[in-house]
Design a binder for this molecule. Structure first.
Ligand code: PLP
Length: 285
């Protein structure tokens, strides 16, 4: 089936889905994005994703190109055009097209909007979750505002590639104090020996994942103890369980860090239970 992308007001066949060479996203990574899970053809947690999008845009002083409701329509249309049942929808907004100059373009320059959607192999993801994944650690050398979901992802790209080259699924960034911040495209969690579910506070050092937010509610509702604090690589290795979260992977057990086993080296019951129950707490569009 041929894919369709929304590009600046038009639904275009894949081969024609192009942006201008002076799009500021292309020139400067001057833009933001969102990735929303699609389940049964419907967006999951659209409202929260839109709220985070508005926060990211406001932080970079890029105007909303249209209302959240209108963006929702475009995203749903893109899902429909691509016949996505289970998958993801990707939205990118840049500061628009203008003569290359680092400073902002003239007021009134229209932000550029791209939306794509694609299917994901849910059973493949479930099989992966049943085995668990490995992560490697890398120094967190990103800028100080990674709470903004910006398209400037070069450190994340290099971190993910380092993981792949070492046979791992994800890279965990580690700050100067030896504390894990987050993954290259996911949030990082552990379950301590006494059963507390721990993740770092959502300050400016991590992206506040929508999956993370929803899961915090699920953890409390399921009667588990939640703790928001940093943890070190050593603590993660000594933990009973570790896992990561993102819109495309939901809850993914982590069974190895830098080639060493976490707990018994198998997916833990807390991670698997939270993976099972997650969608009871998420909002279906
Ligand atoms: N942290 C980073 C750096 C990410 O890129 C992502 C998702 O892409 C996440 C965390 C998880 O966010 P969400 O749960 O909203 O997908």
């Amino acid at each position: 089936m041929s894919r369709i992308a929304y590009v600046n007001g038009r639904y275009r066949p894949w081969r024609d889905a192009t942006v201008h060479v002076e799009d500021r996203g292309y020139q400067f990574s001057d833009g933001v994005y969102e990735v929303c899970e699609v389940r049964g053809g419907r967006m999951v947690d659209e409202r929260r994703h839109m709220a985070r999008l508005e926060r990211s845009l406001a932080a970079l002083r890029i105007p909303m190109p249209m209302s959240p409701a209108a963006l929702g329509v475009v995203m749903r249309e893109t899902i429909r055009h691509n016949r996505v049942g289970d998958g993801i929808v990707y939205l990118q907004i840049t500061r628009g097209v203008a003569r290359r100059d680092h400073a902002f373009p003239p007021p009134g320059t229209a932000p550029a909007v791209v939306v794509t959607a694609r299917s994901l192999d849910l059973s493949g993801n479930d099989a992966l979750a049943a085995r668990g994944v490995g992560v490697v650690t890398v120094p967190d050398n990103r800028w100080g505002r990674v709470d903004i979901k910006s398209i400037a992802l070069l450190p994340n790209v290099l971190a993910k590639q380092a993981a792949r080259e070492q046979g791992a699924r994800e890279a965990w960034f580690v700050d100067r104090d030896g504390m894990v911040t987050e993954g290259s495209s996911s949030n990082a969690w552990i379950v301590t020996e006494d059963g507390r579910v721990v993740t770092r506070a959502a300050d400016t050092a991590i992206l506040r994942g929508i999956t993370r937010d929803v899961l915090i509610g699920a953890i409390s509702a399921e009667g588990l103890t939640f703790e928001e604090r940093p943890f070190s690589v050593a603590e993660a290795l000594a933990a009973r369980e570790a896992f990561l979260t993102s819109a495309s992977q939901i809850v993914m057990p982590v069974v190895q860090i830098d080639g060493k086993p976490v707990g018994r080296g198998r997916p833990g019951p807390v991670a698997l239970a939270l993976r099972q129950t997650f969608h009871r707490y998420a909002e279906r569009g």
